[in-house]
Design a protein around this ligand. Structure first.
Ligand SMILES: [Zn+2]
Length: 350
C-alpha cells in the first residue's frame, strides 16, 4: 500500500472516531522508514492525545490495530496552539511553508497545523529549517509522547536548529582524505604512538557525528573534527593545551575511520519548570557526556561546560536521549546521595 493511501486511511479513521487533528507530523523515507504522528482532540472524551503509527507495519485498513496513543495535557496543547498563533504572520504565506529541496530525494517532513479551523501545511526535506523555529517546541512535545526509540529521529529533524552556529577555533585545517590517507603522516611519531595507545585503551569515550561535525571525548578532552568529503579538507580541534594536533585528535580520528559510534546523551534544559506552559520560551539542547560529583558534563557550542545536577530536581532539565538509561541511573544515584527523593520526572514523560 502506498504511504499516502495509508495516511488517507488514518485521516478517515480519526474522522470516524470523532478525533480532530490539531497537529500532524509525517516523516517519509527516513532510512527507508515512514512514520505518522499527530495530536488529536477526542470529542467524546474531551481529551487530547498523541497518536503514533509506524506506517510501514500498516497493511490493511484496520487502523485501530496499528495506532499507539498517549494522553497529552491540555495545558501543553494550549501552549503549542498559542505560541503558533502568535507566530502566524510568519507562515501565513504558503511560500513560507515550502522548504523542499529538489536535490534531496529522501527524508521528507510534512507538518499540518489546524489553527482555528484553518489548516497550514508545511513541507521540507531532510531537516527543519532555522526559519521554522516556532515548530521546534511542538515537535519536541510530540516526540516526548511517543516511544523512546524515536528520540534519535527527533534530534535529527531538529539538528539544523540546534546547531549553535558558533565558529570553532580549529587548530589546523589540512588537505587529507579521512578514510583513505595514512593518519600517521599527519602526526609526529611519538604522538602516533600515544594516540594509538589511547585508542586501543578505549579512551575515546564518546564519538558521534552531530550536525555534520564529529564530536569526541578522549581522556576528558573535547575533540571536534569537521571533514569536507568533497574537497577532502580536515579541520581539527582539541581543547587541550597542545598547539598542534595531538594524541587526543589522533585517537578520535582512529575511531572515526573505524566507523565507531558512541553516542552522547542528550539533555534539554529550560529556565523555569513552568516554561512549557509559557510562550516564547526556548529549551536549550546539550550533548552530555556523563556526571561528575554534583555536575553534568555537557558541550555548549565548542566548549565543555558543567551544569549543576540540581536542574533535575528543579525539573528544569530532561534527558531526551540515553541508551540503556545510563545517565538516568547515575543522576538518580547522585540525587539520592545528596538530596531527597524528588527524582521522578527525570526523563521526559513517555
Ligand atoms: Zn588534545
Amino acid at each position: 500500500m502506498l504511504i499516502d493511501k495509508k495516511i488517507d486511511l488514518i485521516n478517515k479513521y480519526f474522522k470516524k472516531k470523532k478525533e480532530m487533528i490539531i497537529m500532524e507530523l509525517v516523516i517519509k523515507d527516513y532510512n527507508n522508514s515512514n512514520f505518522y504522528m499527530a495530536i488529536v482532540f477526542n470529542k467524546r472524551l474531551e481529551k487530547f492525545k498523541v497518536a503514533y503509527i509506524p506506517l510501514d507495519v500498516v497493511n490493511s485498513s484496520k487502523i485501530a490495530d496499528y495506532i499507539c496513543y498517549q494522553f497529552i495535557n491540555i495545558k501543553t496543547v494550549n501552549y503549542i496552539l498559542e505560541s503558533l498563533n502568535s507566530e502566524k504572520d510568519k507562515f501565513e504565506d504558503p511560500s513560507a511553508r515550502n522548504n523542499l529541496n529538489e536535490n534531496i530525494n529522501n527524508f521528507y517532513i510534512e507538518i499540518s497545523i489546524n489553527l482555528a479551523e484553518k489548516v497550514y501545511k508545511f513541507k521540507t526535506t531532510k531537516y527543519l529549517p532555522k526559519k521554522w523555529i516556532y515548530l521546534f517546541d511542538p515537535i519536541v512535545i510530540i516526540f516526548e509522547h511517543i516511544p523512546n526509540i524515536m528520540s534519535e529521529l527527533c534530534t535529527e529533524i531538529l539538528s539544523v536548529i540546534t546547531d549553535s552556529n558558533v565558529s570553532i577555533d580549529y587548530k589546523s585545517s589540512l588537505n587529507f582524505d579521512l578514510f583513505n590517507d595514512n593518519i600517521d603522516d599527519l602526526f609526529e611519531k611519538t604522538i602516533c604512538k600515544q594516540g594509538l595507545e589511547y585508542y586501543n585503551n578505549s579512551e575515546v569515550k564518546f564519538v558521534e557525528n552531530v550536525n555534520g561535525k564529529y564530536f569526541a571525548i578522549v581522556k576528558d578532552h573535547l575533540v571536534i573534527i569537521e571533514y569536507n568529503s568533497k574537497q577532502k579538507v580536515l579541520n581539527l580541534y582539541c581543547d587541550c593545551k597542545s598547539h598542534v594536533p595531538g594524541k587526543h585528535i589522533y585517537a578520535a580520528l582512529m575511531a572515526i575511520r573505524n566507523k565507531e559510534v558512541k553516542e552522547f546523551y542528550k539533555i534539554m534544559v529550560v529556565d523555569k519548570k513552568e516554561d512549557f506552559a509559557k510562550e516564547n520560551q526556548r529549551a536549550k539542547y546539550y550533548l552530555c557526556f556523563g556526571t561528575e560529583k554534583d555536575t553534568l558534563n555537557v558541550i555548549e557550542a565548542s566548549a565543555k561546560k558543567k551544569l549543576p545536577i540540581s536542574i533535575f530536581e528543579n525539573k528544569t532539565a530532561k534527558i531526551i536521549y540515553d541508551i540503556d538509561d545510563k545517565l538516568k541511573k547515575s543522576v538518580t544515584k547522585i540525587l539520592k546521595q545528596h538530596h531527597s527523593d524528588k527524582i521522578d520526572n527525570i526523563m521526559s514523560q513517555r
